[in-house]
Every structure is written in structure tokens, then in C-alpha cells.
Design a binder for this molecule. Structure first.
Ligand code: ADP
Ligand code: MG
Length: 365
């Protein structure tokens, strides 16, 4: 058996003048929970529909289990698509919905019953087989939709914004649930979403798309901690940025002179590969990686910049500070609300921002 479950080779698809999918190459491994993440209109659904066989590429090739699926109709591909809207039949019970496809294929009655039982078990809906969809919660309906796909025993399950219809709390629960189901059945799941938290929580690997192009593929940790472009850094979570030029290189480190900071405040960062004196550099810093203090402190941090608090927003588990570093530069910092004795800063207060050189991602593009 091939190592890869799904492979795209230089796949492109136009819709009129729009390059919906633009020269995408990608290998998805067997048994992987793979997310395709991107803003609305980035080509995610088009990509998924080509895997399912509802659309065909203008160029390039798609392989499933090592074989090209060019010209293979949807019902003969070893994939199943779960729609965002679930598309359950309202007049059929849970068991009826799950069995529907198998009945259409005229499988023996005993086989159908056994497979429905197995699928109910996989999504943990035992005991609810006789309910109608209207008698289920949103999360349960979602699981019926997944069971209805699993019952066909596909090699790959395709999910298009599977949690899009759920409210925030349920969404969070279902992220864990979907990942658990995937681990239990051991299938390849390819999940399309515009929701970054969803992609990070559920997936083994994430591909970030923008305007039909694949920008970066990696583990959630790679994507979050080592974004390769400003777009990825800002789309996945929040990021502060600082743009300037490299003024000095010393070993693996460089000093960056930022355009929006006073000349007295150079910043030390890891030197990006191939960059030299005079190269442009953009530092990206996660709000939770920054430290705040009221006083100048001599300690293990490589960088310290003065700032003024413009806003302090308490949001339960943490406080978000908006800071002005200069007239043109404002950053945000997230500090966990650890409880007693923690220093709180007020708007108007002067503070010092500190971070270690290796906590910033440096892009030289
Ligand atoms: P996503 O799922 O990431 O929101 P889509 O794959 O649906 O993105 O769309 C990608 C681009 O292709 C968008 O610009 C969209 O407007 C366009 N598009 C998608 N489907 C069609 C279609 N059937 N006809 C014309 N344009 C389309
Ligand atoms: Mg879509």
C-alpha cells in the first residue's frame, strides 16, 4: 500500500477569471488528520470538491492511494464528503439516515444493520438510532453526518467546514470529538476550515491557503511558532510586527533598526538565513511571548523597549494590554491572570516590554 493517502501534483482550477486553486502540490499521509486552512474564497472548497470528484482539475493530477483518479466519478472514489449543512433527511431516523446509502446500493439487510451498528458505535450515538434529526442537538446531528459517511468505509473522509453551524462552546467540544473519532477509526480525515483554532486543535498537520496558493504546510506548532510569512503569522493567531533593516550581524544574531522606533532602540534577533547588513527584516512577536514590567530590570532578556499602556482589557483568563511603542507603532501583550499579587497596569502608565531574541520570528522578504 502507498504511504500517501492523497497526493496533489501541481493541481490548478479556474472559475472564470479566478484562479480558485493555483498549482497546489501536497502529500497527505495515511491516517492523518489534515486541515486546509484559509480565509473565505481561498479555494478550500474547490480543492475538496476536486478530491471528491465533483469538479476536475484544469491541470495537474490527483492520486488517491497511489492511483490517479482522473476521470473516476465521485461514487467510485474511496472518499466521502461530509457537508457543512449535514444534509440529513428530516423524515428518516438516525439509523435510517446512516443506512440510506447502503440501501441504495442494495446491500444485504443483515450487512446494513451490522454496519449501521458499527457506525453508531464509532460516533458514540448508540441508543439514539430511532430519533429523528430534529430530536438531536447540533453536535449529534454532526455526528450522524459523519457516521453516514463512515458507513461507506471510505479510505478518506472529506469535511467541509464541519463545525461551521455550531455555536462556540459546542464547536470546542466537537473539535476534540472529531479528533477522537478520527483516531478511533484510523482513517485519513481532510478537513477544510477558515477557523484557525479549529485547525490547530484537531489536526496532525495544517496547510494554509491564500488566493488559491498553498503558503505553508506543517504541524500546528510549526505553523504557529515558525510562520514563514507575515500572512501566516497574522492569520494564525495574533502577532505584533516590527519592520526595519539589519544593521549588524554577529554570529547567529543580528541587530535590527526599526523604522517606527526611536534610533536609540535597536532590537536583537536571530539572523535569518541568507540575510546580511542592509537586508530588510520583519520581526513577528506573539502577544503571549512578551513580558511587561514597571521598572527597568537587568535580567536574561535580550530586548527591552519602553512603552505606554493605552488600554487594558480584562477578559477572564488573561488581560490584553494595548501598548504604544511610538507614535506609529502599537503592540498587544497578553498576560495570564495568575491571581494574587500580580501587577496590573493601568492606561497611561509607562512600562518596559521585554523578550528574548529567539522569541521573535524574523522574516527577510
Ligand atoms: P473557499 O472554500 O476557500 O471559501 P472556494 O473554493 O469556494 O473558496 O472559492 C474559491 C474562489 O473561486 C472564490 O473566488 C470563489 O468566488 C470562486 N468560485 C468558487 N466556486 C465558483 C463557481 N462555481 N463559479 C465561479 N466562481 C467560483
Ligand atoms: Mg468553502
Amino acid at each position: 500500500m502507498a504511504e500517501s493517502s492523497v497526493e496533489l501534483r501541481d493541481v490548478s482550477k479556474r472559475h472564470g477569471d479566478t484562479r480558485a486553486v493555483d498549482r497546489v502540490s501536497l502529500v497527505i499521509r495515511r491516517g492523518e488528520f489534515f486541515a486546509i486552512l484559509g480565509p473565505s474564497g481561498s479555494g478550500k472548497t474547490t480543492l475538496l470538491r476536486m478530491l471528491a470528484g465533483f469538479e476536475s482539475p484544469d491541470a495537474g493530477d490527483i492520486l488517491i492511494d497511489g492511483r490517479s483518479v482522473r476521470g473516476v466519478p465521485p461514487n467510485q472514489r474511496p472518499v466521502n464528503l461530509v457537508f457543512q449543512t449535514y444534509a440529513l433527511f428530516p423524515h428518516l431516523t438516525v439509523a435510517g439516515n446512516i443506512a440510506f446509502g447502503l440501501e441504495m446500493r442494495r446491500l444485504p439487510r443483515a450487512d446494513i444493520a451490522a454496519r449501521v451498528e458499527e457506525a453508531l458505535d464509532m460516533v458514540r450515538l448508540q441508543g439514539k438510532q430511532d430519533r429523528l434529526p430534529a430530536q438531536l442537538s447540533g453536535g449529534e446531528q454532526q455526528r450522524v453526518a459523519v457516521a453516514r459517511a463512515l458507513v461507506n468505509r471510505p479510505a478518506v473522509l472529506l469535511l467541509d467546514e464541519p463545525l461551521g453551524a455550531l455555536d462556540q462552546q459546542l464547536r470546542t467540544d466537537m473539535q476534540v470529538e472529531l479528533k477522537t473519532i478520527q483516531e478511533r477509526v484510523g482513517l485519513t480525515f481532510i478537513c477544510v476550515t477558515h477557523h484557525q483554532e479549529e485547525a490547530l486543535t484537531m489536526s496532525d498537520r495544517v496547510a494554509v491557503m491564500r488566493q488559491g496558493r498553498l503558503l505553508q504546510v506543517g504541524s500546528p506548532r510549526d505553523i504557529y511558532e515558525a510562520p514563514q510569512s507575515a500572512f501566516v503569522a497574522n492569520f494564525i493567531g495574533r502577532s505584533n510586527s516590527l519592520t526595519g533593516r539589519i544593521e549588524m550581524v554577529s554570529g547567529l544574531r543580528c541587530t535590527v533598526r526599526a523604522a517606527d522606533l526611536p534610533a536609540a532602540d535597536p532590537v536583537v534577533a536571530a539572523c535569518p538565513a541568507g540575510a546580511g547588513i542592509g537586508s530588510p527584516a520583519t520581526l513577528m512577536l506573539r502577544p503571549e511571548r512578551l513580558h511587561l514590567s514597571a521598572d527597568v530590570q537587568v535580567d536574561g532578556y535580550d530586548n527591552m523597549l519602553p512603552a505606554r499602556v493605552s488600554k487594558a482589557i480584562y477578559n477572564g483568563s488573561e488581560t490584553q494590554y494595548l501598548l504604544a511603542l511610538s507614535d506609529r507603532l502599537s503592540w498587544q501583550v497578553l498576560i495570564p491572570n495568575a491571581g494574587n499579587g500580580q501587577k496590573r497596569f493601568q492606561p497611561g502608565e509607562s512600562v518596559f516590554l521585554r523578550w528574548r531574541a529567539d522569541e521573535a520570528v524574523v522574516l527577510s522578504e
